[in-house]
Write a protein that binds this ligand. Structure first.
Ligand code: NAD
Ligand code: MG
Length: 404
């Protein structure tokens, strides 16, 4: 029995993870669920999976959950412990009786728990790409030190993980990693129409159903940019050996090109239960609930180059990876502020890359002692905070300029 802790259980990845676990009561038990606030969803999950502990980041929601548990569960021994204190919540990722931590909180909010899991040598099923983008060097060296295994569940990285040779370091055997991208909802939209893009349109992804932040990231293609950086850390590859290929059908999830001209690809329906089941079962293969792939019915698969003019966020991410140091963290934090402002109607779609570039320039120009490569996760979080302040101040400058 693998004992699982799911950080971000009420989100899109959390729900898909539980949908796979549900099929295998003989293999997995859910020890811990952690979420921000959606008590109704959490209550249903608690009733079904009977975790021992539940972490709720919002203390008001945590109180409400405790009350509802007392009302609905007469037997106190069946009520999970509800934890809301920030440090204790993070420590749930490092507990002795947890084998596998699913890191599926969205954004930098997931960094501390991912770090706790890696530092404790857990098997970490990583969806939270932002924690690798912000703190890749620290995460990878901690994993080496503690023996933590990081198995990617981001579909592209999971595909690459499946295609890589087991016994050779990727940098030696592999010529290139090729990440596929659906191109998002605006792949064919003319540049002139980008100014009018609404949050609703940006969140309507053609192939995948996901949380709002990553949906906007897919629409700007920053998601692919963050994934390029994620791949660089996971597989130890430089930017020059990571390509992006637009593939609108989202059937080929990524490819690995070898020195002899061979290219291996992983295919499947665009359904996150497949990479999640692969990671949960690894090294075994287990059922995910996803149907077989019928290539005769699909017929044609298309591929094209990404358009960096209409999707400058992808360029910004490549530049950040090549620059190194604090640049990826800066782009990631500025992107989170930009996406939140776009979803709130405070920033236009075209202003997302503008805000990221201006924040980056401000931060890198001031690259003094305060902005050196962080030496600890505390440094990363402090720097992330500073970048957010710069980005927030920059929004006022961008939107307050009165059309000049
Ligand atoms: P989502 O918005 O659907 O869910 C986010 C989850 O994080 C929720 O359970 C929420 O309660 C929790 N959360 C947010 N802030 C928190 C906090 N401060 N403390 C504790 N919990 C908090 O997001 P999602 O689409 O499931 O994405 C989650 C992560 O997985 C992201 O990093 C995303 O990039 C990555 N990812 C998602 C997909 C996908 O198909 N959805 C695919 C690949 C990677
Ligand atoms: Mg992905």
């Amino acid at each position: 029995m693998k004992k699982i802790a799911i950080f971000g259980s009420t989100g899109s990845i959390g729900a898909s993870t539980l949908a796979v676990i549900e099929r295998h009561p003989d293999r997995f038990t859910v020890e811990t669920l952690v979420a921000h606030a959606r008590i109704d969803v959490l209550l249903t999950q608690i009733r079904q999976f009977r975790p021992r502990q539940v972490g709720v980041a919002d203390p008001v929601a945590a109180d409400s959950l405790r009350r509802q548990l007392v009302q609905t569960e007469p037997d106190p021994s069946l009520r999970p412990e509800v934890i809301d204190e920030a440090r204790a919540l993070v420590e749930l990722a490092a507990q002795d009786d947890v084998d596998v931590v699913v890191a599926a909180i969205v954004g930098t909010a997931g960094l501390a728990s991912t770090w706790a899991a890696v530092s404790a040598g857990k098997q970490v099923l990583l969806a939270n790409k932002e924690s690798l983008v912000a703190a890749g060097a620290l995460m990878m060296s901690a994993a080496e030190r503690t023996g933590a295994t990081i198995i990617p569940i981001d579909s592209e990285h999971n595909a690459i993980f499946q295609c890589l040779p087991v016994d050779t370091a990727p940098t030696k055997a592999v010529d290139k990693l090729i990440l596929t991208a659906s191109g998002g909802p605006f792949r064919t939209l003319p540049a002139a129409a980008f100014a009018e893009i609404t949050p609703e349109a940006a969140c309507r992804h053609p192939n995948w159903s996901m949380g709002r932040k990553i949906s906007v990231d897919s629409a700007t293609m920053m998601n692919k940019g963050l994934e390029v950086i994620e791949a660089a850390w996971l597989f130890g590859m430089p930017a020059a050996r990571i390509d992006v290929l637009v593939h609108p059908e989202s059937i080929v999830h990524s490819l690995v090109q070898f020195a002899d001209g061979s290219v291996l690809a992983q295919m499947g329906h665009p359904d996150m239960r497949t990479p999640i089941a692969h990671a949960l079962g690894w090294p075994d293969r287990i059922a995910s609930g996803v149907g077989n792939l019928d290539l005769r019915a699909i017929g044609t698969l298309c591929f094209e180059a990404p358009d960096l003019d209409r999707f400058p966020c992808l360029r910004l991410a490549y530049e950040a990876l090549e620059h190194g140091g604090v640049a990826p963290l800066t782009v990631n934090a500025a992107n989170e502020i930009a996406v939140a402002a776009f979803l709130d109607g405070r920033l236009s779609f075209l202003q997302i890359p503008e805000l990221i570039a201006r924040t980056r320039d401000t931060v890198l120009e001031a690259a003094d002692a305060d902005y050196t490569q962080p030496a600890s996760i505390a440094d990363v979080l402090a720097l992330d905070d500073r970048v957010r302040s710069v980005a927030t101040a920059t929004i006022a400058r961008i939107t307050g300029r009165g059309g000049r």
